[in-house]
Design a protein around this ligand. Sequence first.
Ligand SMILES: C[S@@+](CC[C@H](N)C(=O)[O-])C[C@H]1O[C@@H](n2cnc3c(N)ncnc32)[C@H](O)[C@@H]1O
Length: 212
Amino acid sequence: MGGHPNTRPEVVVRYHRWAMAPLLANRWSVLQPVLNILSTDHVCVVGAGFGWGVDALIAESSATVVGIDISDYIASEQGTTEESELRAQVSVVGLDPDTGRGLEVMNFIFDGQPRSNVVVLQNDAASGPQRKEVRTALGGNWPSVVIAENVIDDTWTDNEIVSMRDSMNGFGGLQRLIFLYKGTTARTHQNLFDLLPGTKEVISTDGQVYLT
Ligand SMILES: C[S@@+](CC[C@H](N)C(=O)[O-])C[C@H]1O[C@@H](n2cnc3c(N)ncnc32)[C@H](O)[C@@H]1O
């Protein structure tokens, strides 16, 4: 936000809506022309976090989309605002969030809205009742597309990945399965692709497909 005096550290905003929602909007504007999710699709986004990617995907595709995430933190905080955390970030650099420059920064980074614009179900699609909950959220339709949105990292074992794929496939097996994955040296895109035989798409978060 403009320049800041070098007499104090800058205010740091990381996994907050003001910083992340534009990044996810940009990500989905790159992905949608490649993936071509249809406006008639019913989409389940697995590992949706606070649903900022869900917002972005709806904006890009006009599809019907529900996000799911297993995190207790997401479930308990999605309806709350970020105010206390952002005030703390402003205070920690020596500004007063209620007056002067501190208030200006607060007004810039905090819009008063809850973290999520959409309801993210606390769900990992691993059981029949959970999958029915997804269907209900999609207006009584099974998902035609299931996307793992940047869920896998290097802490995941092969078995855990296969098990998540099975959950994603448990909607009947006819849906598109898409793995949005950053890719690491330890687990390349090709490695993930080979681990999951059958029909699925592996795409990088930058919109490229790195398969050999
Ligand atoms: C790195 S975050 C990604 C958040 C968001 N999709 C993004 O791209 O910014 C991964 C999320 O996946 C969730 N997650 C991990 N395993 C899951 C599972 N089996 N089912 C649903 N969500 C899961 C975590 O709780 C976490 O919120």
